[in-house]
Design a binder for this molecule. Sequence first.
Ligand code: VTB
Length: 314
Amino acid sequence: MIDISLGLVRVTEAAAIAASAWIGRGDKESADKAATQAMRERLNQMDFSGKVVIGEGKKDNSFGLYGGEVLGKFAKTKNVPVYELAVDPIDGTRPTVTSGPEAMSVIAVGEQGSLFSTAEFYMNKLAYGPEIARKTELHLNEPLKQTIERVSKATGKAVSKIMVCILDRPRHEKAVAELRSIGVRIKLIQDCDISGAIACCLPQSGIDLLYGIGGAPEGVITACAMKCLRGALQVQVMTKECKIADPKIYSINDLVRGHCIFSATGITNGSLLRGVRFTSTGPVTYSVFMRSESGTIRWITAYHGNLMPPSESA
Ligand code: VTB
């Protein structure tokens, strides 16, 4: 893949900075518009051609970066590779405008023809980290009790020490009751299941599994992140009414074929990234940038001014 790495970090940084102007201000539309525009502007400054295959819009009634939009300086140039983009200018519009946790700006890029896309609304997801993946394979359609037993065996942790992350939604009432009766610990999140899945790959997070129904676009973006992190993900495509739309269980290589790259920048503070901070010399951003080919994970702190603020200089 061409090296557009730093360019992509600049894309999520710009979107996160734009979104951060709307933190706590209660205006989802303006936050989303600002982040989407910033993301589009930055993408259009890059020396490449990229087609949005997973975009904004459908679920959030958003402003552009819809599926089909082609961006980049070479958008109109013939015979250049067209990369596929999965974008989420703000994952967590609600926590952005209510100053809640975990909001971040995200993009994933794959080669031509590599990213799965669906017009459906949701995916049921099961994500876990490389440590568990090396020892066992979990199955989305297996009873939760069995899944948890496998995790307990793979990690050597008692069931009561296992932590499952799940979106706090009425549709998960049954699953949460089941998890409680099994006896695991549960991290109920309000939004942002992309970072919930990534957390499964980071030992310091304490999270072993992400389970449950979340957005379909987020599912494909999560697959890109998990591919870079050598984690595992299984999904099943669901309708808006949470009915099974397609019985097939997809895994990472079905959702993203070939190599991909992933960048995320924090908008508000979260378990993965700190949010945008303003200093006397300009905004400071915290990003993670990952490549599936090498498995490199870069944590990037950027000072967007002329100078580091005096208090933070070495
Ligand atoms: C999740 C969550 C996202 O959408 O995918 C969720 O990770 C699923 O949709 O941050 P519902 O809100 O309808 O449950 C988000 O909250 C983003 O919209």
